[in-house]
Write a protein that binds this ligand. Structure first.
Ligand code: UDP
Length: 239
């Protein structure tokens, strides 16, 4: 519609792959730059919660095709998201933003437990909240967790920051030169086309609960602020 919406409370999903700059582990320069963008948004008054992926460490599905039991591999994946969460917390606090990590797997020395109402209280106080360890359950993705957390804490939108793609395409734009980007598409179109940008569980959860979802390119500097400002970047999913 072109109308700008300034959101009050957002759930930001950050691709783990971006944290590694395309490699294994955490690239401090990348995470510091993301932290700076998030800090600016938080300072402007928008309440922000983050779910970080773990694709820069382990993906359970990949490890399991190489011989590991899927559930154990998934726990490794979830632990990777905690490392990303701690890295992001550190850089956000260096930017002067109080930050709490809440983990779905209990590890009291590094993170609070996931307590949704406490998370909301943190945000009301201007703190950034980072949800780590996914759902704590194998066979899920951090995209699905991002949709669930967004719903539970009452975020107005789920902003899906992906690495290196300007939104949702009909096929992988990194592989196909003739890939076409959608400015918007319905949840059902997304599911019917079996697009791999997010998993079907995440999309159907958003669809069934009327959660607004926007896919944008996390690799473009300034895009976090643009997405939070409601600028028409990326791809928006509609009913
Ligand atoms: N994972 C899981 N349960 C969850 C969330 C994540 O088992 O609720 C595991 C799963 O193995 C996944 C890995 O953690 O592959 C990393 O998360 P994801 O692939 O969603 O990260 P991203 O692609 O966003 O970087």
């Amino acid at each position: 519609s072109g109308v700008l919406v300034a959101y009050q409370r957002v759930l930001l999903k950050l691709s783990g792959e971006e944290f590694g700059g395309g490699k294994l582990g955490v690239d401090p320069l990348v995470v510091a730059a993301i932290a700076k963008e998030i800090a600016d948004v938080v300072r402007s008054g928008t309440q922000v919660a983050v779910v970080v992926g773990g694709g820069n460490y382990f993906r359970g599905a990949e490890l399991s095709t190489n011989g590991m039991a899927r559930d154990r591999a998934d726990y490794m994946g979830m632990l990777g998201t905690v490392m990303n969460s701690i890295a992001l917390q550190d850089f956000c606090e260096k930017e002067g933003i109080e930050t709490r990590v809440q983990s779905a797997i209990s590890m009291a020395q590094v993170a609070e437990p996931y307590i949704p109402r406490r998370a909301e209280r943190h945000m009301e106080k201007g703190r950034l909240v980072i949800f780590g360890a996914g759902s704590g359950m194998p066979y899920f993705s951090t995209d699905t967790v991002a949709a669930q957390r967004a719903l539970e804490i009452g975020a107005e939108v789920l902003l899906m920051g992906k690495r290196g793609a300007d939104g949702v395409y009909n096929k992988d734009p990194n592989v196909h030169d003739d890939a076409v980007k959608f400015d918007s598409l319905t949840y059902d179109q997304f599911l019917a086309a079996n697009l791999k940008v997010a998993d079907a569980t995440a999309i159907s959860l958003a669809r069934d609960n009327d959660l607004r979802m926007v896919f944008f390119n996390l690799s473009v500097p300034g895009n976090i602020a643009r997405a939070v400002a409601g600028e028409p970047i990326g791809t928006i999913l509609t009913r």
